[in-house]
Write a protein that binds this ligand. Structure first.
Ligand SMILES: *Cc1c(COP(=O)(O)O)cnc(C)c1O
Length: 388
């Protein structure tokens, strides 16, 4: 079975992990800050806070921006549930902005309209979380203009988009956002097994997130309410969590990040091959990648015209029978029973819902071979032709 995504672990990665296991530090050693420095220097941000998942990074990012009871957070319905759950962890209200169906990303016109409405009703969001779907950056300059106009903060969910560029700037530079969040789950672009990172250019946000990552505890005398009792002393000054990354994960991340550019290059080559194959097939439409962006191609998604939900289910089953693990990203978050129970309903975000009916994720990962890409394209085209 060809999976839809998979990690690429080589001997250097394995050696880095084994070396760490033999070292004095399994947790909280030198490799976590080294990984933070490697990643922030790659993407051009000032501060990086490594944590145990992107979900944790989203949570502490919201808390650092003071999201709390009564606040409103908006994100994209075409994402993993974690993009929305982070607001609920802070007891805030969540809402969504519908997508541009041709890219899968939050639609900036819809965002602008929804903001204009919300301003009239005095229901503006405190934070908006655009998601760089499949690795293609959202239109961050326009989102930043709206953030200025309506005074909200921006957290980029870049779980798909390490290595991507927006107008020649690496995603993670935070040029147009307050905080940017990455995931290092094995299915993502580089992996630390479980892991994530929040990056920012603002020291105050970095300081807050660092405290929240580890119990709200500090050993910095300047933050304490009284002088330290001795060298053992620490104080808890806020309510934090244990969201720390460990040194084994960071060692893997340090080794993986060296290969990031080659991974992205290989992913783009796979996507080019698919794009060429589907040019001749009117029924299969790859997601559009706009001219100012460079996608990291975490996912390769096509939209298949004229498919009912049932036909697509049969199509995916048949592809899996033939050894191609086709998948689907994403079931719109607002259609999850948990969110329906909060009052969302079918029809709330029609583009995300129509996209869900049409979309199909095909395998993409760095060492997917051209013969496999061809085989996958052939299989899909043959199945669609036999169905229609
Ligand atoms: C994977 C993913 C997350 C969560 O990442 P974890 O590291 O598994 O917590 C959040 N948002 C998006 C868009 C993702 O794809």
């Amino acid at each position: 079975m060809i999976p839809y995504g998979r990690q690429l672990i080589d001997d250097a990665d394995i050696n880095a992990v084994v070396e760490t296991l033999k070292s004095d530090w399994l947790t909280q050693g030198p490799r976590v800050p080294a990984f933070e420095r490697a990643l922030t220097s790659y993407c051009g941000a000032k501060y990086g806070i490594a944590v145990n998942s992107a979900t944790s990074a989203l949570h502490i990012a919201c808390l650092a921006l003071d999201v709390s009871h009564g606040d409103i957070v908006w994100t994209s319905p075409n994402s993993f549930v974690a993009s929305a759950n982070c607001a609920l962890y802070c007891n805030a209200n969540i809402d969504f902005v519908d997508i541009d169906i041709s890219t899968g990303n939050m639609c900036v016109e819809k965002l602008a309209n929804k903001l204009a409405h919300a301003a009239v009703q005095n229901r503006l969001p405190k934070v908006v979380i655009p998601v760089h779907f499949a690795g293609q950056p959202c239109d961050m300059a326009r989102i930043a203009e709206l953030a200025q106009k309506y005074q909200f903060k921006v957290i980029e969910d870049a779980s798909h988009a390490i290595g991507a560029k927006y107008r020649n700037n690496a995603i993670g530079s935070c040029e147009h956002s307050d905080i940017c969040v990455f995931s290092f789950h094995p299915v993502k672009i580089i992996t630390t097994m479980e892991g994530g990172m929040a990056v920012t250019n603002r020291k105050s946000l970095s300081d807050k997130m660092r405290l929240l990552r580890s119990h709200g505890v500090t050993n910095a005398p300047e933050l304490m309410s009284n002088p330290p009792h001795g060298p053992w002393y620490y104080q808890q000054i806020t309510l934090g969590f244990n969201y720390r990354m460990n040194d084994i994960e960071a060692a893997l991340g340090l080794s993986q990040i060296k290969k990031l550019d080659s991974f992205i290059d290989k992913r783009n080559k796979v996507a080019d091959l698919y794009n060429k194959r589907f040019e001749a097939c009117d029924l299969v439409n790859p997601l559009l990648v706009n001219a100012v962006s460079f996608s990291s191609y975490h996912l390769y998604v096509v939209r298949v015209a004229n498919l009912s939900q049932h036909q697509k289910s049969v199509l995916v089953e048949k592809m899996r029978e033939q050894g191609v693990f086709a998948h689907l990203h994403y079931i719109p978050i607002h259609m999850q029973p948990y969110y329906i129970a909060k009052g969302f309903k079918q029809g709330d975000f029609p583009n995300a819902e129509n996209y869900y009916r049409d979309a199909l994720t095909l395998p993409i990962f760095p060492n997917l071979k051209p013969e496999q890409t061809d085989f996958i394209a052939d299989t899909l085209i043959a199945l669609i032709n036999s169905q229609t």
